[in-house]
Design a protein around this ligand. Sequence first.
Ligand code: BTN
Length: 258
Amino acid sequence: MTLDDLQDVRELLKGVGGVLRYEAVYVSNCSSTQDLAASLVKQGYGEGLVVIAESMDSGRGRHGRKWFAGPGGLWFTLVLKPPKLSNVQLLSLGAGLSVAKSLRTLYGLNALVKWPNDVIVGGKKISGVLVEGKSDVEVFILLGVGVNVNNEIPNNLREKAISVRELTGHPTPRTSLLVEILKNIEEIYTNVLRGESSEVVNQWRRLTTTLGCRVKVVTDEGHVEGTAVEVMEDGALVVEDATGMRHRIYSGDVFHII
Ligand code: BTN
């Protein structure tokens, strides 16, 4: 299969944004789209820049983990410059939500979000989101999105990860998926900027696998075990432990306990 569907994305994205004026930069390979986007911002690119790579040599995931990014996947970083950085956590939840909604709309997949922003289908991860903030010259957010589309999943990840191609049974064009995700992100970004947090959180609640589950959350400070009872309008996960104490968690890895 020729994986050339992303190369013409520059023209296509011009008509997609409203508030966000999307501008695409496509490269066949880079170390990480996060780093390339950061250096392009330093060169003068602004909000709405979308850096897309066919493959990345040093793709990264949350908590400094390596993100495998071979050809055929959808790997991109969107640059945002919100006037204030107050609700980045909610934006991060909203990005995962945007991917889940897009996979549902385009392919009818039962995509769900796992706090904070993993997208899961049939218990396996299909997409992850990495949000990084930089304030070198001015504040900007790098919203990194990775979706397994037509890429090969390495053998050691096959138990935990899945791709759109495996689920639909055929190779899938990535441009339509990218456009749908960017439309959904713009809608959520607008909600967040207007302070309409409940709109985003309510949508997230409807599509999550996390709430109501017994979970172990591993954070930098240690771990919390209990039931995931709520997600707050600032994006925090609330876990109630065996003593009835409620813990608000802003960053960590959730493991569902069966
Ligand atoms: C995670 O689930 O740990 C987050 C994965 C985020 C991967 C994306 S792919 C595009 C962007 N560039 C990177 O180096 N990482 C993010």
